[in-house]
Design a protein around this ligand. Sequence first.
Ligand SMILES: [Zn+2]
Length: 345
Amino acid sequence: MTKRFVLAAGAAVLAAATVSAQNRPARDFEAEITKALAGAKAAAGFEHLGTLVRTCLLPQSGGENTTDNVPDYVTNPAAAPARDTWFAEPARVFDNLYFVGGKLHSAWAITTKEGIILIDTIFPYNSEELIVGGMKKLGLNPADIRYLLISHAHGDHIGGAEMIQSRYKARVVMGAPDWNSVEKYPNRFKTMAPKRDIVATDGMAIALGETIVNVWLTPGHTPGTISYTFTVRDRGRPVTVAYSGGTAFNFVNNTPDPGIRNFQNYIDSQQRMAAHAKAAGATVLLSNHSEFDNAVGKNRMLAGRGEGPHPYEVGADWVQRYFQVMQGCARAAQLRLEQWQATAN
Ligand SMILES: [Zn+2]
């Protein structure tokens, strides 16, 4: 991928020469890319450094996965990563929101008078200990799970969904394209495949007891990625959360077509989600990876909070800045493909 971009940049010089020879103003892609990256960096500050690093700086995954192989960790438990690489203590984060995730991947339980809404399920090899075990440690009963929202169908989020659906009869919500991929790749989702249940629609309200989770379609990371807004309570005070359901550029992005379009979908989703977060008055940003929302570090801070501010409550401006980071990094990557396309023509 990097090599290709280097080649594309070299070709850009040639193309620029050709264009100026024709007396047309050459588009300065490098300047536009620098501007997009600078915007993302400025928006990130320290709060969203993990998101900046992942989407602007690290190499991106190369394209859609069309293989259908059973993951090693399903057939051979010894192939699963060692427990100390993923284990994290569960935590009560708000009055009615509990962290039951791991060091890298998050799962969240919203408690209501009528039962529990669970968001994401981590891997098949650690959902039992982190989610079922974590809930029990915190005094919650996993049999109370009524809804399970799967942000997107990747093994690190859907891993425990089949177990939770069959054992606790929870209703499962997922985006249509991701339901399709679970059915299309039975080996890839072996032991992780809930039966098709509720298909997410934009603005869908999942209501349980006194709580409503609004579901937003945010295609990008996968075609069926969903995000949420919902209100929790901090010592009785309502606090609104924007939850981002997929972050890295994990789609066909290594060719201008369909990469440019896919990046546009991703950017549009972030813009819409930023608007929903603003309309809802979100002051907390949650994600399904601790590297993006610092959940594990913030849980530690929370333990020593005393009378101080809630470490997750960063304010409306920082929530908006999260979506600006994602947009800026996606725009920079999209521009690289536009540059490549321009030089190829
Ligand atoms: Zn993913």
